[in-house]
Ligand binder design. Structure first.
Ligand code: AP5
Ligand code: MG
Ligand code: ZN
Length: 214
């Protein structure tokens, strides 16, 4: 089953993805997380991606689709994946539909997380990310451990370079111009479940599960 977790920056895609992927028994594929892994490892792809990510712009479609094609070629992805942050432009969406369609597969559901801009800013500027495993926290709603480290692996947490208020504004512009238009295209093809992303992490998760009848 191929499912999309859609929504603006800071809407809670990464936060909700693990529980949902586990319930659906499919891997979580987040292009932003994969780019950040390359960045940490200092690969050529990481260096290229950084130049776009630090400015809040999208990494070029060809590069991103190549990355997803190779991830989808891995054995665990054969039965489906939960996409988070992909597709993020209309060309990426058409590429994905073509790629899956070529082997008789398709998208089963889209979960569209809806939050207002004020909350997006508060969530993103308060987010802290583990330097080792990539787990995310929030200074108010989901803080790191008592020594300020990752609750999952104990490593230091930092603020993502693109989580400053100035870069968030650019990410929101990119979302409105390039990503949001995918929704209209998706609505014509796939069941799109609009889910209110405002509220506690648990209550949003319950709404997502209810929307998908899980
Ligand atoms: P990416 O990493 O995908 O970032 P994004 O889409 O901007 O989304 P975020 O990860 O910022 O937000 P989220 O929805 O996951 O929120 P989260 O759950 O963490 O992309 C980064 C960059 O990579 C892009 O700008 C681009 O350059 C590049 N890129 C990635 N994919 C690409 C693609 N397909 N094509 C081209 N370029 C691409 O939550 C945010 C915070 O809020 C956390 O601190 C969390 O703890 C807190 N929180 C979440 N839910 C709640 C709640 N219910 N209550 C209280 N706090 C909450
Ligand atoms: Mg995320
Ligand atoms: Zn960690």
């Amino acid at each position: 089953m191929f499912v999309l977790l859609f929504g603006p920056p800071g809407s809670g895609k990464g936060t909700q993805a693990s529980a949902l992927a586990e319930r659906l028994a499919i891997p979580h594929v987040a292009t932003g997380d994969i780019f950040r892994k390359h960045l940490r490892e200092g690969t050529a792809l990481g260096k290229l991606a950084r130049s776009y990510m630090d400015r809040g712009q999208l990494v070029p479609d060809l590069v991103t689709c190549d990355l997803v094609a190779s991830r989808l070629g891995e054995a665990d992805a054969a039965g489906g994946v939960l996409f988070d942050g992909f597709p993020r432009s209309v060309p990426q969406l058409y590429w994905l539909l073509g790629h899956l369609g070529a082997t008789g597969r398709g998208l089963a559901h889209v979960v569209n997380l809806q939050v207002n801009e004020e909350l997006i800013l508060a969530r993103i500027t308060g987010r802290r990310t583990c330097t080792n495993c990539g787990a995310t926290f929030h200074v108010d709603s989901a803080p790191p451990d008592s020594s300020g480290n990752c609750r999952r692996c104990g490593s230091p947490v930092v603020q993502r370079k693109d989580d400053t208020e100035a870069v968030v504004q650019d990410r929101l512009v990119a979302y409105a111009a390039q990503t949001f238009p995918c929704l209209e295209q998706l609505t014509e093809r796939v069941p799109v479940h609009n889910v209110d992303g405002v509220g506690s992490i648990d209550s949003v998760r319950e709404r997502i599960f209810a929307a998908l009848a899980l």
